[in-house]
Design a protein around this ligand. Sequence first.
Ligand code: 6GU
Length: 227
Amino acid sequence: MKNYYVMTLFPDMVMNGLNTSITGRAKEKGIINFEAVNIRDFTKEKHGHVDDYPYGGGAGMVMQAQPVYDAYKYIENKSGVNTRVIYMTPQGKVFNQQMAKELSCEDNIIFLCGHYEGIDERVLEMIVTDNVSIGDYVLTGGELPAMVMIDTISRLVPGVLNNDLSALDESFSENLLEYPQYTRPEEFMGKKVPEVLLSGHHANIAAWRKEQSLIRTKNRRPDLLDG
Ligand code: 6GU
C-alpha cells in the first residue's frame, strides 16, 4: 500500500479530485491511499489565521511556519521520519515521467502545497526534501500540481491500472510519443482504419506502430529525440 499525504489549505479540492476515476478506484481497492491534511487545523491562533504579512514588506501574505510544522509532525507520526517531503513550487525541478517512475517506488510521500506568496523559509528548510514544479508557468497554489503528481505516480503502481502493460507501452516510456489508436467502425465518414491494423500480422503491426511513434515524435516533440 502506497500512502500519499497532501498538506494543504484546500483539502476538499484535493480529495474531490483524487477520489474520482482511476485513483479513487485504486484507493477503494486498497492499493494506494491518500489523505489531505488541512494545515488550518493546526493553527494556534484564535481566529484560525495561517498567514501573516511578510517581514521586509511587499505584496501578499506568507504562510506561517508553526501550523505547517505541526501538520508535518502529525503526518510524520504515521509515515515515519524518512518520508520524502515534496514542496510544490515553480522554483522546483520540473516534474517528468522519469521522476514519476522513481517516486512510484516510495511507500510514503508527503506533498506540501503553498498558497499566497509562499511559506516561511525556516519551516521549508526544516522539513522539505525535494522542490518540484510541474512546468514553467505560475499557478495560484500547489494543489493542482500535487494532484498531477499523485495521478502520474499512482498509475505506475502495480495493480492501479487494469492492464499494467498499458503503463509501459505509452507516450514517454521510451522517450517517444504513443502511436495513433483506432476502434470500430472500420470506416468513419469515409476515413478508413490503416490496413495493417486489420491484417492480424503482429510483427507488421508492431513495426508500423514504432514508425508512427517516431514520425509523431519528430513532428510534435522533436526535442524528445535530441540525444
Ligand atoms: Cl508546483 N506551484 C505553483 N504555485 N505554480 C506552479 C507549480 C507549482 N508548477 C508550475 N507552476
